[in-house]
Ligand binder design. Structure first.
Ligand SMILES: [Zn+2]
Length: 226
């Protein structure tokens, strides 16, 4: 990829090997529960790229760990993205949960309430139509959200949503730890161990508090996003 958001298959395999040995990789919704344990980790991928099926899935099968794919519904069948048929296929896999990533991957903070509602409702409608399954989870494109959008997401019937550092870190903007090309194994282990949470996340939390005086709910789990 042009940015450094990608991870090589070899590195991803290394990371999965580490996670399956030292962590409990759980389905994403389990990290919402207060009973969830500190060693719990969930894996998510955003956008709906085709290599989620061709590269990531075989590796997940190898280590038997689940992941959630947040799919930008409007990108289906475009070059490099999952086709409708491929999405249907991958959604039937027992290790896979499909969530929405909006329709056109837009900056939600810049949308009118009507456009935001369209993105939330129509993306889910299309994903449900293609997969034949209920879509109840959502990830904000660019991680962008705010209290109003979080309320709207709840109103539109979603069970929960995830961001990356933005929002209130509550049910509709749970924070994730982003991973990318620069994450060598040591950095990865720090990110998956909560060490990162002590530094990077604290900085973001501080910045967010300055922007909006809210007290985010602390969470013991880590959600790793690619
Ligand atoms: Zn995205």
């Amino acid at each position: 990829m042009p940015s450094d958001m990608d991870i090589s298959p070899a590195r991803f395999e290394q990371q999965l090997r580490w996670l399956s040995r030292w962590r409990r990789v759980v389905p994403l919704t389990e990290t919402l529960s207060l009973r969830s344990r500190k060693r719990d980790v969930a894996i998510t991928f955003d956008d709906g790229f085709r290599d989620n099926l061709t590269v990531a899935l075989p590796l997940l099968e190898k280590f038997d760990v689940p992941m959630t794919l947040f799919v930008a519904a409007g990108f289906l069948d475009q070059d490099g993205y999952l086709s409708e048929e491929e999405l249907r296929e991958i959604s039937r896999h027992p290790l896979i949960t499909i969530g929405s990533h909006g329709f056109w991957h837009r900056h939600f903070n810049r949308l009118t309430p009507d456009d935001a509602r369209f993105e939330l409702i129509e993306s889910r409608r299309l994903l449900e139509e293609v997969t034949g399954k209920k879509v109840e989870l959502m990830a904000w494109p660019f991680g962008e959200c705010n209290q109003e959008l979080e309320r709207l997401c709840a109103e539109c019937g979603y069970q929960a949503a995830w961001s990356v550092w933005k929002g209130t870190n509550t049910q509709y903007s749970r924070w994730r730890v982003p991973l990318g090309r620069r994450d060598h194994m040591m950095r990865f282990v720090a990110k998956a161990s909560g060490v990162y949470e002590l530094t990077e996340a604290r900085l973001h939390r501080y910045q967010n508090r300055r922007e909006q005086p809210l007290s985010p709910r602390e969470s013991g789990q880590t959600v790793l996003a690619s």
